[in-house]
Every structure is written in C-alpha cells, then in structure tokens.
Design a protein around this ligand. Sequence first.
Ligand SMILES: [Zn+2]
Length: 89
Amino acid sequence: MNVVEKNSWTLMPAAPGLCPECATEHPPEVPHNFWSAYYHVRFTLMNGRAPTVDDSMSHCTPEMRDRWIKAMNAVERMNAVEEENKLSD
Ligand SMILES: [Zn+2]
C-alpha cells in the first residue's frame, strides 16, 4: 500500500508568464488572485496557514489596496442587490 505522508507533496511552479505566487496573469502592482487554488496551496505551504485577502495585497501600495477594497465592496453590494432581486421575484 502506498502511503502519502503529510506535507510530502510538491507544488509545481506556475507556468511561464504567470505570476509565480498565484499562477494568474496580472500586473505585478495589483493583488494576487485570492481565489486561485494555486495561491492558497502555495501560501499555506510557505507560511503554515491559509492566506487572507490582506495577504494577497501585502505587496501593493496603500493606494492600490484602497482601490481594490472599494472595488470588492462594490461587487459585494451588486451581488447583494442581485440576491435581493431574486428573492423578490
Ligand atoms: Zn499573483
């Protein structure tokens, strides 16, 4: 029987041209793709804990973080309105 020991597997590097941390194509100044499974696995292997949204923005300027947070909040508000509309139909 093959036994895979805990933490014994290896994560392959991201494909050339993609961000090496989240395996997504994005400019270096914007946050990593927090929803990328690659980002979660890599971060957890490197840090011993799951990443947070703040971790995905840790390399960004304060201005970029503010813009990103405002954009995420706008998407959340749009999703909430969409859900309310579905409930009222
Ligand atoms: Zn990235």
